[in-house]
Ligand binder design. Structure first.
Ligand code: IDC
Length: 326
């Protein structure tokens, strides 16, 4: 072997080492077990920590975007979190295809942890409205996740996306009081996210009657043009003043329909979250032909996206994700 070849091998090894270090910064390896102090999420050293990331679309609908290189790509763009959305009663959700969903969920979890991203397991209640409707299935799957990953600091449990319809806050509390102890049996330190009434847009009931467990956060969802921006920020402010730890587990911007005002309001909202050190997740990482998608519908790339593959709302999201690299 000549000197040139040897140098090339060394160079290659060095590149791999640098790559490993890069992937390990800013995520689970560096920040460890998260917890809640007052209303603030903190890392293992007690320093305020802001999660910023993307949600999958329904995992049985767009599973191709939960591969490891895809999640490593979003980490490189500045994300430190990935949310795995598993629908319940629609879109080939868990009730329709339990085995498929389970397989996809566990492989997405492995890929996300390997990319050093905090991984939110989202029981994606939507058409099913009240999480109590399918509480047995929710407990089965969340318990299995907790059994497998109870000692892993990277897993966060979101026990119900968007309760809606006639679901009252008391219904949510009853559900949470059943589900949380099952998770905590195996994952005593895990952060758990709890949905709030009316598609996660109302915090007032939780302020009056918070759930009695530590390391809980309440979720708030914001979609410009659907929700009023000023109201959303004021509601979150009331929540914080009332002592609630808040996490924005979904926000979205429909770039097909958004007017200038909606882009502006979304910026205002995200700047507000930054100021308050509140974590957020954007909906969603897929190429579905709809305004919320990060990837253009005609892009067939499943990772390593360049500017030409990313939609306008995707570019907007990546700009905010890059704050994670500061
Ligand atoms: C939307 C998807 C869309 C799908 C629809 C119904 O973007 O492709 O057809 O769900 O399954 C939410 C929900 C989230 C919605 C999203 C956008 O949590 O599931 O996804 N949204 O409508 N709350 C507010 C907006």
């Amino acid at each position: 072997m000549d000197t040139q070849q040897i140098l090339e091998i060394h160079n290659q090894e060095l590149k791999q080492e640098i790559e490993k270090l890069r992937v390990k910064k800013g995520g689970i390896e560096e920040h460890g077990q998260l917890s809640i102090k007052g209303t603030q999420m903190v890392d293992q050293n007690g320093n305020p920590f802001i999660l910023r990331g993307l949600s999958s679309h329904g995992i049985a609908w767009y599973p191709e975007y939960t591969n490891y290189p895809a999640l490593k790509t979003i980490k490189d763009y500045g994300a430190n979190a990935f949310r795995i959305a598993m629908y319940v009663e629609q879109n080939d959700g868990y009730l329709e295809e339990p085995e498929l969903n389970k397989k996809l969920l566990f492989s997405a979890i492995e890929n996300s942890l390997a990319a050093d991203l905090y991984t939110i397991v989202d029981w994606h209640v939507l058409r099913d409205e009240d999480p109590n409707h399918n509480i047995d299935e929710a407990i089965d799957i969340l318990e299995e996740v907790a059994q497998r990953y109870g000692d892993n600091p990277g897993i966060i449990y979101e026990i119900c996306n968007e309760p809606n319809g006639d679901t009252s806050y008391d219904d949510i509390v009853n559900y949470a009081n059943e589900v949380i102890p099952v998770i905590r049996k195996y994952a005593p330190n895990a952060v758990i996210l709890v949905g709030t009434p009316n598609f996660c847009t109302s915090l007032s009931e939780a302020i009056e009657n918070p759930i009695e467990y530590p390391n809980i956060m309440y979720t708030y969802h914001y979609y410009a043009g659907v929700s009023d921006c000023k109201f959303a920020m004021e509601e979150i402010e009331r929540g914080l003043e009332g002592g609630l730890p808040i996490f924005v587990s979904e926000w979205g911007l429909d770039s097909h329909d958004a007017k200038d005002q909606h882009w502006k309001e979304t910026s205002e909202f995200l700047d507000y979250l930054e100021k308050e050190k509140i974590g957020w997740i954007n909906w969603s990482l897929s190429n579905k032909d709809e305004g919320y998608s990060i990837i253009k519908p005609d892009s067939s790339k499943l990772h390593s996206w360049d500017e030409e593959d990313i939609t306008d709302s995707g570019k907007f999201v990546f700009r905010y994700l890059s704050k994670g690299k500061d």
